[in-house]
Design a binder for this molecule. Structure first.
Ligand code: MN
Length: 261
């Protein structure tokens, strides 16, 4: 039976994590280890300077999981190297409440958990619904998670690669297809708000504004705008290959080396 490790960045008691657990349970032995509190937008942080805990806690529906004071990436490390007995065949992060599209990937704890698995050489994917309200529930996302899990357990992803899956904010009958996409452009403008506390001191709040999407064909943001399920293969290799020649032309390499100075 396949060993599946699931985590998220919304916290151990998130309904999306429970939906993921229930949808993957028929596929293998599922171990849950997730942050003890919301850790969205925590990126790929790992904890090096304080003790990490993983306490067994009951989940809704009778199952149990491990609640950790660590980050999503910590949970993947702890789960794969300590908690799960034997090798982990698949890591799934989600089901996240909220999109992970375009530049979101650089902030996302959900995506970073899948990325950490890729670093460790374990097949993985991140899965998100592109709404924070989840008014249509996690039914389609759960079924799609199982569909992708079946495929990744049968086929090996190339080393250093993983998948980023997003589902549109729509009921199943309005979802128009499944598209393999590339990472698009989504950025946040005017995202620092200035406010005043009761003592009259200034404070700031990040992330208030709506994202700006560049709706280019073939991208994750465009597929979601078209009510499609988006699957983007992601590579740990962040090299901008197109820049290599330009950098040479900019004479960056022409730097006099030699005697110490
Ligand atoms: Mn989240």
């Amino acid at each position: 039976m396949a060993n599946i490790l699931i985590t998220n960045d919304d916290g151990i008691h998130s309904d999306g994590l429970l939906a993921l657990y229930e949808s993957l349970e028929p596929v293998g032995k599922v171990t849950v280890i997730a942050p003890d509190r919301p850790r969205s937008a925590s990126g790929h942080a790992i904890t090096l300077h304080k003790p990490l805990r993983a306490d067994k806690v009951p989940l809704a529906g009778g199952a149990y999981g491990y609640s950790s004071n660590g980050t999503p990436a910590d949970c993947v490390c702890l789960g794969a190297l300590k908690i799960v007995e034997g090798p982990v065949d698949l890591v799934v992060a989600g089901i996240n409440r909220g999109p992970n599209l375009g530049f979101d990937l650089t902030y996302s704890g959900t995506v970073s958990a899948a990325m950490e698995a890729a670093v460790m050489g374990i097949s993985s994917f991140a899965i998100s619904i592109t709404t924070h309200e989840a008014e249509f529930g996690f039914g389609v996302a759960g079924a799609f998670a199982r569909h992708v899990a079946d495929i990744l357990l049968a086929r090996k992803l190339p080393s250093g690669m993983f998948l980023n899956v997003n589902l549109p904010d729509a009921p199943s009958e309005q979802i128009t297809g499944v598209e393999i996409t590339r990472q698009g452009v989504r950025h946040y403008d005017g995202r620092v708000e200035t406010r005043s506390d009761p003592m009259g001191r200034t404070y700031y709040w990040l992330g208030g504004d709506l994202p700006v999407d560049v709706l280019e064909e073939g991208t994750d943001v465009k597929a979601i705008a078209d009510n499609k399920i988006s699957i983007t293969p992601i590579d740990l290799d962040l090299t901008a290959t197109a820049m290599i020649e330009s950098l040479r032309e900019w004479s960056v390499t022409q730097f006099p080396l030699g005697p110490a100075r």
